[in-house]
Design a protein around this ligand. Structure first.
Ligand SMILES: Cc1cc2nc3c(=O)[nH]c(=O)nc-3n(C[C@H](O)[C@H](O)[C@H](O)COP(=O)(O)O)c2cc1C
Length: 305
């Protein structure tokens, strides 16, 4: 009998749907599946109010998550695999999942194989690297990383994702824009990963700690987001520090900073995208080697090389 723990937090239900599809073929007598929904002590009402949405930004970047309620799984239990599913908030892992990883309950990951499954609009690079760092800090053995993103071209998700977050509406918009969130086919296709694990259960307890999901297209890196994400993190860091200096989440004193951040974000995004495009066209030959090395880092541990 192999023991598998699935950790998740979800708002629209996409992360949970992804997790359910991922483990579909692991729901067998040979596997004991334990589900754990992470419950943060802070409230993140969904759909989001506009101010609250931007007010979580400093804590996401500063890695100052809320405490979480004690999970239901037995803390002394040893699992053969922990599947950590999470979403991206402001280029960082969402606060509830950060809350788990920074809590005493994250001991469950120590010396245990961990697979991460990230669900987001399309900008996951920094969050994924932060996640790898946090898993290493608690002694987890990160063996695979799977990424799934929202459907539709980037310009469309630039409208459909905020609409989903602020209204909860997922349907087709204006007759032409695709529904928001992850495409059903992409969700169903995640079951291939669980099937591969189910066909190779012995690997969960071997000591080689090799990836289990190689060759299944676990991670597609869209190179066009590499420079915008790097610039984004660079720009976010000082804003997050300044906002935190002025107060905690919800405090009146930091309101002006959060408003300013939101305004500059909306203005700066098109400039950053244009700058990244020009930069890549001009410096592509010089950057190519570095880019490819970074792509390998992003694809690891499942698909590097
Ligand atoms: C506060 C907030 C910030 C977000 N920031 C990002 C981001 O930086 N990159 C991204 O690709 N998606 C971002 N998203 C989109 C979510 O990752 C995406 O909607 C995900 O599917 C949510 O999953 P859930 O509804 O199951 O919780 C953000 C969402 C929220 C609520």
């Amino acid at each position: 009998m192999k023991r598998v723990l699935v950790l998740y937090y979800t708002q629209s239900g996409d992360v949970l749907r992804a997790a359910e599809s991922f483990v579909k073929f692991l729901d067998t007598p040979e596997v004991e599946l334990t589900w754990e929904c992470i419950k943060p002590k802070a409230d993140y009402p969904y759909p989001w109010k506009l101010y609250k949405f931007f007010d979580v930004f400093p804590e996401c970047i500063n890695e100052e998550p809320p405490e979480i309620y004690p999970p239901k799984f037995e803390s002394s239990k040893k699992f053969d695999l922990v599947i950590v599913t999470y979403q991206v908030w402001f280029l960082a892992p969402a606060l509830p999942i950060q809350g788990f990883l920074k809590s005493e309950y994250a001991k469950v990951l120590k010396d245990t194989k961990v697979i991460t499954l990230v669900v987001c609009r399309n900008m996951w690079h920094s969050a994924s690297e932060t996640m790898k760092k946090m898993i290493a800090e608690v002694g987890g053995i990160h063996i695979d990383n799977v990424v799934v993103t929202h459907q539709g071209p980037p310009l469309a998700t630039f409208i459909t994702t905020p609409r989903l977050l602020l209204t909860g509406k997922k349907d087709k918009f204006l007759g032409t824009l695709p529904p928001a969130g992850v495409k059903d086919e992409d969700i169903h296709a995640l079951s291939r990963f669980g099937r591969q694990i189910a066909n190779n259960l012995a690997a969960l307890t071997d000591s080689s700690n090799q990836p289990l999901l190689k060759g299944l297209g676990a991670v597609e890196v869209n190179r066009r987001y590499i420079i915008p994400e790097i610039i984004g993190r660079f720009v976010y860091n000082p804003w997050a520090k300044i906002a935190r200096f002025f107060g905690k989440p919800g405090s009146l004193r930091r309101r002006p900073i959060i408003y300013l951040f939101a305004i500059q974000l909306v203005l700066v995004i098109p400039i950053v995208l244009l700058f990244s495009l020009v930069f890549r066209v001009l410096f592509n030959p010089l950057l190519n080697k570095k880019m490819e090395a970074y792509v390998d880092v992003l694809k690891s541990p499942s698909a590097a090389g």
